[in-house]
Design a protein around this ligand. Structure first.
Ligand SMILES: C[S@@+](CC[C@H](N)C(=O)[O-])C[C@H]1O[C@@H](n2cnc3c(N)ncnc32)[C@H](O)[C@@H]1O
Length: 522
């Protein structure tokens, strides 16, 4: 019955064997292929790959397949430099050349923004990073199975922990510490199921290396975990995290802080505080943010962490108010400002939305925001634009939520004038983007080449102007992206699916792989 329903909407059912060509990479490390027009997502599928795949799941028209055999590799495919691919779920792109990764990340970012109704028409420069040893923050999981202990990352889509004797993302010192901690824990099987993970934090220049062990033990038993440090003499600090919410941190050995010198400011970051994960690009990212904030006005730094942007901005003379919810990060930011003699920085510990409501707006405000992966969201965007800031600098680690938020900013008259990307996470599908938004009168949007936003459902082939059915089944956003032109008139369609639209007196050429479209888009 289920199989029948899946077949009815997509023409496919779990277990079907297919031969597919991956058209392109899409977000979250998936390759997009089509079977008779139906989009099929292939984990780790790379552009140009020809694969024999089996349909794994069909849900709400969303079809996911698994590669059974790679029949022909795409042009940018390479042998993985890491022996744990594809078992380890840590890296989606180890089998893609680095130049291929940068190109694919750029096009995925561009598509995410366009699909959300916030297209960026200009060039996108992605700052590259060395591929090995870049990571200065790592969360490793502990797994127990068949009488063995594992320390590493999870197998894709499962809870199984893949033991990683060496991870290419980590420095030699971090790998050594991870192995040492695992070795020490191996001698105590009574603790295996009490320890669920180990976080590591290293200073960008090396030197400081701190471990935080997550343990489910009663408070009196926690100090006994200090023996783990004997397995990892390179650690400058060791602590244990336990309890429910909020979790408690207990320092067991040395100092729980790492130090980072960024743009002439010395920052401390507790192993429990957020800090950017790439040693090679952290300063370049901070420099880009500082340079994009126009000088000469008060600055709000939302989601401020330990003050990575707030302190260099204050050091150049700006009056900065930093909002941060995490207690250890807020304490670090405060102490960093004090130690640097930057009395103009105020640190408010609390929730950003609440802070925006209670902190009085000032004329000429500049706002920096760097939210978690979930993005800022509608309420925070609304609270920001209500303050009528001079400029907004948005730092994002998630292209889809960035697109969603940029679209909300655009509706309120804030449009991007600068965009830069940073490959903070080589070999993974993640990408960091910095966008500056400035307030524009509605008429000037044309001069900025920004097309109108999607306001109504798209038209579909053979359905006139307002169809809600999609011929390829699930309306995967990749298939819908080209329709996101409000009030557009289709001038001409071609058999290959490309079409010319007029909107607001301007003409746009868009391509829709698959079938030609017709009708008026509204
Ligand atoms: C992506 S990090 C950015 C930190 C900092 N800008 C940096 O680059 O180091 C996001 C930060 O926002 C904080 N955060 C998350 N949700 C928050 C909220 N609702 N209000 C205030 N801070 C929040 C987190 O604790 C974290 O420190």
């Amino acid at each position: 019955m289920k199989r029948k329903r899946a077949e009815k909407t997509t023409g496919l059912a779990p277990g079907d064997a297919l031969e597919l060509r991956v058209e392109k990479g899409v977000y979250r490390g998936l390759g997009l292929a089509r079977h008779q027009g139906q989009v099929v997502f292939i984990p780790r599928g790379l552009p140009g790959d020809r694969v024999r795949a089996r349909v794994e799941s069909v849900r709400a028209g969303y079809v996911e397949g698994a590669t059974e055999a790679l029949l022909e590799g795409g042009p940018d495919r390479r042998p993985s430099p890491c022996p744990y691919v594809p078992r380890c779920g840590g890296c989606a792109y180890q089998e893609l050349t680095y130049a291929g990764q940068l190109g694919m990340k750029e096009s995925i970012l561009r598509e995410s923004l366009a699909r959300a109704g916030a297209p960026w028409p200009g060039p996108i420069e992605v700052a590259p990073s060395p591929e090995e040893g870049w990571r200065i923050r790592a969360s490793l999981h502990v797994g127990v199975g068949e009488g063995r202990l594992s320390l590493g990352l999870r197998r894709e889509g499962t809870h199984e922990v893949v033991d990683l004797p060496r991870c290419l993302q980590l420095s030699g010192a971090m790998n050594l510490a991870a192995r040492g901690l695992k070795g020490a824990l191996e001698g105590r099987p009574d603790l295996w199921r009490k320890v669920s993970g180990i976080d590591l934090a290293e200073s960008p220049a090396g030197g400081d290396l701190v471990a935080a062990v997550a343990a489910n033990l009663e408070p009196p038993a926690l100090p006994a975990l200090a023996f783990l440090a004997e397995g990892a003499p390179g650690l400058s600090g060791l602590g244990v995290v336990s309890g429910g919410r909020p979790k408690r941190f207990l320092a067991l050995r040395g100092s729980p802080y790492i130090r980072a010198d960024v743009l002439g400011v010395s920052l401390r970051a507790h192993v429990r505080s957020f800090f950017q994960g790439n040693r090679y690009l952290v300063e370049a990212l901070a420099r880009a943010v500082v340079e994009l904030v126009p000088p000469g006005g008060p600055v709000l730094d939302l989601f401020a962490g330990v003050g990575l942007f707030a302190l260099p901005l204050a050091a150049r003379g700006d009056a900065v108010v930093a909002f941060e919810i995490g207690s250890s990060a807020a304490e670090d930011a405060l102490e960093n400002a004090r130690a640097a003699g930057l009395g103009k920085v105020r640190v408010i510990r609390g929730e950003v939305g609440e802070g925006l409501r209670s902190w009085p707006g000032q004329a000429g405000e500049r706002i920096v925001l760097d939210p978690p992966r979930t993005g800022a969201g509608g309420e925070v965007v609304a609270a920001i634009v209500a303050r009528r800031p001079e400029a907004v600098v948005y730092v994002s680690c998630d292209p889809p939520t960035l697109g969603r938020d940029l679209s909300a900013f655009a509706r309120a008259g804030y449009r991007p004038d600068r965009l830069q990307a940073f490959d903070l996470f080589p070999d993974t599908f993640h990408l960091e983007t910095v966008v500056r938004l400035v307030r524009r009168a509605p008429s000037s949007s044309r001069a900025g080449h920004v097309p109108p936003l999607l306001v109504l459902p798209a038209a579909f082939p053979g359905r006139g102007s307002r169809g809600s059915h999609h011929p390829f089944g699930h309306p995967h956003p990749d298939a819908l992206a080209p329709s996101r032109q409000a009030g557009a008139l289709v001038d001409q369609t071609e058999r290959d699916g490309s079409m010319t639209l007029s909107t607001d007196g301007r003409r746009w050429q868009v391509r829709t792989p698959g079938r030609p479209w017709r009708g008026r888009l509204r």
